[in-house]
Design a protein around this ligand. Structure first.
Ligand code: MEV
Length: 409
């Protein structure tokens, strides 16, 4: 695919995924209009564009899937495709997910007897639940709504607070709006029950009840042999125990996760916040993925993280390119999307670890970076690749050399 022009690639994606001419035009030419943008956020003055590419080779739960990815970083889409290719022999990515349950927090303060208040709240859960569900008939009619409540007692530097968590099945919505509305609606009842004063009523981005998982087996022969398997297992062991490495390991995962999140018009900050807080849930910040060697000597990668994403209610429905990207993915529910997103995170992570454990990432990365440098120097058309290839072969990738080569051309 990388040998085609952008227009040819788009045509190929349209043919494979059934995108209409109109949807293709949104992706390839029109994008978001200023008027649409003006309806989305405040004080709009323009648009900033980010490249949209398609990662290939993904088989997820037995289905061939093209992955639209929005990212400014070179190598990311190529690496994801490469990682996915190496998982194919053993069947690709196998996924699972919890129900799409989000948490809303209600902070109750000024409580003299937190244990008593906790029990009083729990005793009235069905009444609280009824009131919460009255706020969103649409969600309830789709099988969602409040499914439970937890009450935490949180000692803080100010006082011991009672924090109620509404657990809400958000179905195909990301759900922040739905749960915030419910939290605000039940707060007065909670004050009445506890005699306390409520301040915050807001979603928690530590969406630990809405996680997706993926696993894949990478056959040793496919990835460079048993030495590579062992090196990746060692890299994983470090990231599982050392926050300094885990931060970069997880950054690599988020290269894939954030790119699909953004391409589908979802809230990438919510997903980032959820991922990193989940990584720290044991009290130590750890990797979101693990790698083991199985009985056959092959590499088994696993990943688990919260994916608070939706298909309804957010920018996904409003942004024409995001809508077309959802169609490319062929997803019908937020759950499907979450499971694809974590698979991309795993492929991305695996590709980075494999590169790090073997030749290092710089060679491949710089090769792609060289194209950006050539463009920065003013190269266009074929000159970009010619200059990039020359700089890469010389091992001398900088603006001055690119300008020199451009003059020579
Ligand atoms: C670069 O964007 C991401 C990596 O640093 C991830 C990693 O170190 O695992 C390559």
């Amino acid at each position: 695919m990388y040998k085609l022009t952008p227009a040819e690639r788009l045509r190929m994606v349209m043919e494979k995924t059934g995108l209409s001419e109109e949807e293709g035009a949104w992706i390839g030419q029109r994008g978001l209009s200023l008027d649409q943008a003006d309806n989305m956020v405040e004080n709009v003055i323009g648009l900033i564009q980010v490249p949209l590419g398609v990662a290939t080779n993904f088989v997820i739960d037995g289905k061939e899937t093209l992955i639209p990815m929005a990212t400014e970083e070179p190598s990311v889409i190529a690496a994801a495709s490469n990682g996915a290719r190496m998982a194919r022999k053993e069947g690709g990515f196998i996924t699972s997910a919890t129900d799409p349950v989000m948490r809303a927090l209600i902070q109750v303060t000024g409580i003299a007897d937190p244990q008593g208040a906790r029990q009083a709240l729990l005793a009235r859960e069905s009444e609280i639940s009824r009131l919460a569900n009255e706020q969103d008939h649409m969600l309830v009619s789709r099988g969602g709504g409040m499914v439970g409540m937890e009450v935490e007692i949180v000692p803080t530097r100010m006082e011991t607070m009672v924090v109620a968590h509404l657990l809400v099945d958000c179905r195909d919505a990301m759900g922040a709006n739905a749960v915030n509305t419910m939290a605000e609606a039940v707060a007065p009842l909670m004050e009445e029950i506890t005699g306390g004063k409520v301040f915050l009523r807001i979603v928690s981005n530590l969406a630990d009840r809405r996680v997706a998982r993926a696993r894949a087996v990478f056959e040793a022969g496919e990835i460079g042999g048993s030495e590579v398997v062992d090196a990746i297992v060692l890299a994983s062991a470090l990231a599982e125990s050392d926050p300094y490495r885990a931060a970069t390991h997880n950054k690599g995962i988020m290269n894939g996760v954030a790119a699909v999140t953004l391409a589908t018009g979802n809230d990438s900050r919510a997903v980032e916040a959820g991922a990193h807080s989940y990584a720290a849930r044991s009290g130590i910040y750890r990797s979101l993925s693990q790698y083991e060697k199985n009985g056959d000597g092959d590499l088994v990668g696993t990943i688990e993280l919260p994916v608070p994403v939706g298909l309804v209610g957010g920018a996904t429905r409003v942004h024409p390119v995001a809508r077309a990207n959802v169609k490319i993915l062929g997803v019908e529910s937020a759950d499907d999307l979450g499971r694809i997103i974590v698979s991309v995170g795993l492929a991305q992570n695996f590709a980075a670890l494999r590169a790090l454990a073997t030749e290092g990432i710089q060679r491949g990365h710089m090769r792609l970076h060289a194209r950006n440098v050539a463009v920065e120097a003013g190269a266009t058309g074929d000159a970009i690749d010619t200059i990039a290839a020359k700089m890469a072969s010389e091992g001398n990738i900088n603006l001055e050399r690119a300008a020199e080569l451009l003059r020579e051309l």
